[in-house]
Ligand binder design. Sequence first.
Ligand code: G
Ligand code: G
Ligand code: NA
Length: 256
Amino acid sequence: LQLESDLISALDNHEFLLYYQPIINLKTGALAGFEALVRWHQKDRGFVLPSAFIPAAEETGLIMALGQWIFREACQQLHQWHTLLPQYRHLTMSINLSNRQFGQTDLVSQIEAALKETQVDGHCIRLEITESMVMGDVDAAIDLMLKLKSLDLKLAIDDFGTGYSSLSYLHRFPMDTLKVDKSFVGRLEKSNEDRAIINTILTLGQKLGMEVVAEGVETATQVAMLQQEGCDYGQGYFFAKPLPADEALNLLRQHQ
Ligand code: G
Ligand code: G
Ligand code: NA
């Protein structure tokens, strides 16, 4: 399989890199953190988007090695920014976990080792998990989440509202953050019904003690509506696209 061998050599040749998309505190306007998003810069094809290689990496199992690299790289980057800019010591880094990583037996020990090596405090790291990952064996998923929480990590449920309905389990999951899927945010200006849905998700998150992040924020009107509805954080092209590390650092410096 060409893609598989390309992916293996890409890891060896350091062709993967991380981009960082800002997450903004909608109450203060502060830059609260970043989400790390992987990119593959391939010699012949140029930039390859994750949708074109994450599924293959999952199928071949290469996601284990790639995911480990992503976690470590994002922690290292956060530690560097914390060190360079002490006023950003509360800056967080959100890191996506893939389906297969979530079931991996040594996930907790790997993460623990990476936190130690990179000297990053667990509470600055948010692991993003999707609904579908935790809906198989709910008790096993809760057990794993509690182990991750014991490393002081924060957990976020990603793309909320698009997966299987986990409403009946949501309160059992030790989640800190709920990320509202961008499809809901995109429809916010279109109808009152869509606004009611977001409002309901926000209330649900708040009642369960979670912070809520709206994804895919693209317009000033959406920002104003989300602020009115009491949404804590926003992420999306309105604020910034996912940025290479040097541009993310520039943004941090400008925002100070
Ligand atoms: O920018 P965007 O095209 O970066 O990402 C598309 C999708 O690819 C995301 O919604 C996410 O599901 C996946 N993705 C991006 N970065 C990562 C990553 O670092 N790890 C994993 N597992 N998935 C990622
Ligand atoms: O895993 P998650 O769904 O959080 O991945 C974020 C994805 O959404 C990435 O593909 C990222 O590039 C994309 N994205 C980020 N901001 C916006 C936005 O404002 N609008 C749209 N349509 N996509 C966005
Ligand atoms: Na995500």
